[in-house]
Design a binder for this molecule. Sequence first.
Ligand code: PLP
Length: 302
Amino acid sequence: MTTERTIYPHGSAHVDGKLVPISEAKISLLDWGFLHSDATYDVAHVWQGSFFRLDDHIDRFYAGMEKLRLSIPYSRDQLQSILNDCVAITGLQNVYVEMICTRGMPKPGSRDPRSCNNQFFAFAIPFVWVSNPADGNEGLHLVVSRQQRIPPSSIDPRIKNYHWLDMVTGLFEAYDRGGESAVLVDANGNLVEGPGFNIFAVKDNSLFTPAHGVLEGVTRRTVIELAAAQGYSVDQGELSAQQVLEADEVFISSTAGGVMPVGRIDGQVIADGKAGAVTRVIRELYWALHSQSKYRLDVDYQ
Ligand code: PLP
């Protein structure tokens, strides 16, 4: 759905301080964000014309930049206003909104990251789903990848990053094995996260999710808060492949789609292959939260 003021209905981007159609957004070939994945980013979403938990995404973005010694010349309010403008110019109501800070380019002849001029980019495109089955309840077929996620001792996964070769390798492996997406493992074979999502298992009305080696997803946090408020216990610890195979329900969480059921793991059907009762409750509460003023910020489309 779009509003009357739609100018870039396929998406927009903020590049070099200007708003351009997404198809024209470009970065320098020499930016270390491209050459070395030397960048951090965050993805928020707009649902029915309002940002959801934007403050939390902005907090995580600034925290990531600080840890990586990156900075942008914008205050939180200025950043929020740039993101608003990116969305407003698309006229879209359901939007995937990404903010990025890259290392930029070093001085000519230098390889010193301190000489780099950090760059800021943002873009807004139509909402993206990790999984969006036609009937809403058919679960995703997930493969437990043999691929190990880059260890946290190497790259801190709490800093949202583009080190995705492990994820992409995992995705190809999942397709080769008949799955639709992959969940990666740590050095001990425990599940961590997948391309763009955290994972939860439900057993006897208790939720289990990996505590370490994962991005602390805003959706993950929302699920944990909602589950606790419903009286479900939430165990943040280790999650083995055996545990998910024996779970009553499994679901994934992401800004790109919210709470999404998993129906099969490595070809084995979980429960009846559809969203289970707890998954449905959490999913409904998650979407209901979008209308609460505490979590939403209306886009100013003017
Ligand atoms: N884990 C990874 C690696 C991600 O890239 C993402 C989101 O893109 C998530 C988890 C889920 O985080 P959030 O709920 O904040 O979207």
